[in-house]
Design a protein around this ligand. Structure first.
Ligand SMILES: *Cc1c(COP(=O)(O)O)cnc(C)c1O
Length: 356
């Protein structure tokens, strides 16, 4: 162990005494399945987005799948996704029997590149745009007559851009409450939309019991135990955003020479989900990773080359130069509200000591 310090994990949920009490109240109530807490979470997200309707589900992946179904994306329809993203997108598209269309990303925002979309996937019937690490994907530039737009807000819950709250521009927004996300119930997801018929279709599909008619449905519900924890954390969403920006500011002031980051971390109301350094090349990135690990600070390569969606799909990597370069040059360092001031200072000092 370096300096007698315990290893600083890359991520860790902050669960307060209030969160525990909220879960305990559900356990004491005797109602642990989907119930009033789930309904309250749905109301909370709708309020955050300034209206519309929402339906909580079992995961972010389920939310993506249900968004595709509820938007009537047809069997075999082309759904464009950024290659620099998690494989949940592919899974949801295949579950919905649609066809993924992989597109490169922008070097500054790490989000789906609207120019590449227009050049290579002009006939995409639907786009899933991820607000990667909280950066705003350019939703307006992806709009096209007849095309459906899904905003993946799994990294951006509670965050805004100059255009306003992220998630409000597309047809549907999806969220995840998995353990590593901004707000967590352990697991969980949610679909939000201003189109009430879309939310009704999601609501119909997530639960099969006690129906008069038969059509295939599934059990994709969230429990009140999970929702109670998420609701308790939602009351702190502004504090969480401010704390995250404060930590980001400290790290920005300690950036090693030659390194940069995703743009816009300090924009007003930006939700910074991850702090990802961008190295000049793979040699510098790997050296920084070793340097941090030697100091007992656990950092991760957020998306490796093999995980890029075009590589999973065995497409020609030379068509995705920006994402290939990001996979080689990015490093994600510990970044969460539960980091102590002393952890933050130690991480900053360790960054400052790095020189190749
Ligand atoms: C986590 C995540 C998902 C999937 O959510 P789960 O709740 O883990 O199923 C989808 N998209 C993005 C961008 C994510 O970060």
């Amino acid at each position: 162990m370096a300096h007698g310090r315990a290893m600083i994990p890359h991520n860790r949920p902050l669960i307060t005494a209030e969160d525990r009490a909220a879960v305990d109240a559900v356990l004491s109530s005797g109602w642990v399945a989907q119930g009033p807490q789930v309904q309250a979470l749905e109301g909370g997200i709708a309020r955050l987005n300034g209206g519309g309707g929402s339906c909580a589900v079992s995961s972010g992946t389920a939310a993506l799948f249900l968004a595709l179904k509820a938007l009537n994306v047809e069997v075999g329809a082309k759904v464009a996704v950024p290659t620099y993203a998690c494989s949940a997108l592919l899974n949801a598209i295949y579950m919905a029997e649609a066809k993924p269309y992989i597109v490169d990303v922008q070097p500054d925002s790490f989000c789906l590149d609207p120019v590449a979309l227009a050049q290579e996937a002009v006939d995409a019937a639907c786009v899933i745009a991820v607000h990667t690490y909280g950066a705003a994907a350019d939703i307006a530039a992806m709009r096209q007559s007849g095309r459906k737009l899904i905003e993946d807000c799994c990294h951006s819950l509670g965050g805004a851009s100059k255009q306003g709250q992220l998630g409000a521009e597309g047809d549907v927004a999806v969220y995840s409450f998995y353990a590593t996300k901004i707000i967590t119930g352990g697991q969980g997801g949610l679909v939000w939309s201003t189109h009430s018929e879309v939310i009704e279709r999601v609501r119909d599909y997530r639960q099969f019991d006690c129906r008069k008619d038969y059509i295939p449905r599934f059990n994709l519900q969230m429990t009140d135990i999970q929702a109670a924890m998420a609701n308790s954390q939602m009351t702190r969403i502004d504090d969480i955003r401010m704390r995250r920006q404060l930590i980001a500011k400290r790290y920005l002031d300690a950036l090693p020479v030659g390194f940069s980051t995703q743009t816009g971390l300090m924009e007003i109301n930006r939700m910074v989900y991850r702090f990802v350094l961008v190295a000049p090349d793979i040699k510098y990135r790997d050296a920084l990773l070793r340097h941090m690990r030697k100091a007992n600070i656990n950092c991760v390569i957020p998306i490796e080359r093999y995980e890029l969606l075009h590589n999973y799909m065995k497409l020609d990597p030379s068509n995705f130069p920006v994402a290939e370069n990001l996979a080689d040059t990015t490093l994600s360092i510990p970044f969460y509200p539960g980091l102590s001031d002393s952890d933050i200072e130690y991480i900053c000092n360790t960054l400052r000591k790095f020189n190749l």
